[in-house]
Design a binder for this molecule. Sequence first.
Ligand code: PMT
Length: 404
Amino acid sequence: MKAPRILLGVSGGIAAYKAAEIVRSLVKEGADVRVVLTSRGAEFITPLTLATLSGHAVARDEFHEEPSPVIDHIELAQWADVLVVAPATANVLARFAQGEGSDLLSTIHLAFKGSVVLAPAMNPKMWDHARTRANVACLEQAGEIIVSPESGFVACGDEGAGRLAATETIVRETLLAAALSDAMAGKKVVVSAGPTWEAVDPVRYVGNRSSGKMGYAVARAARARGAEVILVSGPSGLASPWGVERIVVESAVEMRDAIFSSAAGASLIVMAAAVADHRPRERAPAKLKPDKGKGYSLDMVPNPDILKELCAARERGDLPTELTLVGFAAETGDAVRKGEAKREHKGCDLLVANDVGAAGAGFGSDTNVVTIISATGRDDLPLMSKLEVANRLLDAVDVWCRAR
Ligand code: PMT
């Protein structure tokens, strides 16, 4: 098996001294490691230390004043399987989020097409700052993996979250990203996300609270594993994840049509969308003017059950038997029992039950608490980010596919 090729970016913070330990651990795990050291990083750790431990000359800033061999950022970007930056300062996060190409590390980041792992380290006030939060959210949105800093005392004496994560954690996440980078190569995955809006008239609609975060996380996780991903999204304020083809729809009927026309050749369809079960019988051509002060009724008709239709199409042989179908269920209370019943009723292989009443779970949050249910068992997961839930789900799909 080829050794994972890891490009380690080291930027200028006190935690840069820990880069030596990270290089040593990665090399010990069998990785081929090269280091890019920023000018500020070189004030905290010497290139000689990193070159000795990695066994390769250290790449320095293109505009560095000392004479050094010209390093081709495109060549380095093409060489690596994973770009890990540890420590990643607030400045690096801001430059990456802005898409700047102002030094060697940021130009490599711009040219790099593989998995990016960022281990931030900074003063807790800087980590908490709204701009840093926005930059982290933007980078996560683009599918980059953030290894969150730990809490404790930092070098300047302040206390809070900002200390570089443990070396073992950074090494584990980096090697995992390298191992997964082509785990789903050649596979096509269709993911639905967000709510559906069922038009009442040109102004009003019937909808729900789904933000799309869960489905977008599944799309990002599948893309990070090398899959071709089609994301069929209901109305959502989220940006399209990098490398994913997004089809934006509004209603359940539009979502069904988009999913069925994307299904050919798919090996996995994940229905994370909160599809409205009913829609108004008719969309009024002009804004309704109900009598003020009086109630009014909407005549609602059932929407197609997309997941059930997909399962039935597979049963009939219109979709391949190897296609894996995954549903989600948003329940309030007794989520596992209701989820098990729903999986059987719909006929899907796996169902992710989330108790939307639980703290940190369900609609709109960045985290979720779920149970992954199959015909043969279940896995109760603790509170974790939606991206982690997505990765655990893809792992469960992998196990399911191997077992059947
Ligand atoms: O988007 P977020 O804010 O991140 O929130 C995530 C979420 C809570 C929306 C998501 O994790 C979730 O649970 N989605 C499914 C919510 C739901 O409404 O489930 P349901 O019990 O109505 O439907 C069960 C399954 O059938 C789902 O996979 C659903 O996509 C599918 N379905 C439902 C109705 C319908 N007409 N067609 C369908 O395909």
